[in-house]
Design a protein around this ligand. Structure first.
Ligand SMILES: CC(C)(COP(=O)(O)OP(=O)(O)OC[C@H]1O[C@@H](n2cnc3c(N)ncnc32)[C@H](O)[C@@H]1OP(=O)(O)O)[C@@H](O)C(=O)NCCC(=O)NCCS
Length: 143
């Protein structure tokens, strides 16, 4: 049985749950400040929530900029990692990007997670840069 479900966070409660994952993963675990984490793009973004059985396990958000989709805030709670949830979230975002007519999916990936994104079909592009005091590189997938 497939225990992992990924869906669009439609209700305010769903969105609150997605923000809860970001608080635990990015703010508490990685030390990102609330100001940087909860930025001005949250209002217009589409939020995604992942469940493992009926427990909230992960989240992401996606924005569309021209012909590109931008995948952001991809996070899986520590105790649910390495179960395939992150990949399911990325697969969902890629499928959603295609559905919306984007021709390229892009993200700013933390360097340590490069191999994860490569396994999801993304390629690095350009130089490393700092974001929220964490080393990143742009990664992309042609759709
Ligand atoms: C990165 C993250 C989302 C991965 O989620 P996950 O649910 O553990 O990933 P999955 O279980 O779907 O992994 C899919 C594949 O990638 C691999 N993988 C996962 N994390 C990896 C990592 N950090 N480095 C290398 N490979 C990794 C898995 O082993 C698996 O490989 P397999 O298919 O050969 O078995 C998760 O570690 C996380 O939330 N990290 C903290 C937040 C973060 O840094 N997000 C990225 C912001 S850019």
């Amino acid at each position: 049985m497939d225990k992992i479900t990924v869906k669009i966070a439609k209700t305010p409660l769903d969105i609150k749950k997605a923000y809860g994952v970001r608080e635990l993963v990015f703010m508490e675990e990685q030390g990102v400040s609330r100001e940087e984490e909860m930025d001005e793009f949250d209002g217009a973004a589409t939020h995604i929530i992942a469940y493992y059985d009926d427990e909230v396990a992960g989240c992401a958000r996606i924005r569309f900029l021209g012909n590109k989709s931008k995948l952001e805030r991809i996070a899986v709670l520590l105790r649910f990692r390495k179960k395939g949830i992150g990949k399911k979230i990325v697969d969902f975002l890629v499928a959603y990007s295609k559905e919306k007519g984007a021709t390229e999916a892009v993200m700013h990936a933390q360097i340590y997670a490069n191999d994860f994104y490569v396994k999801c079909g993304f390629k690095p592009r350009g130089e490393e840069f700092m974001e929220a005091n964490i080393r990143h590189v742009e990664m992309y997938m042609e759709l």
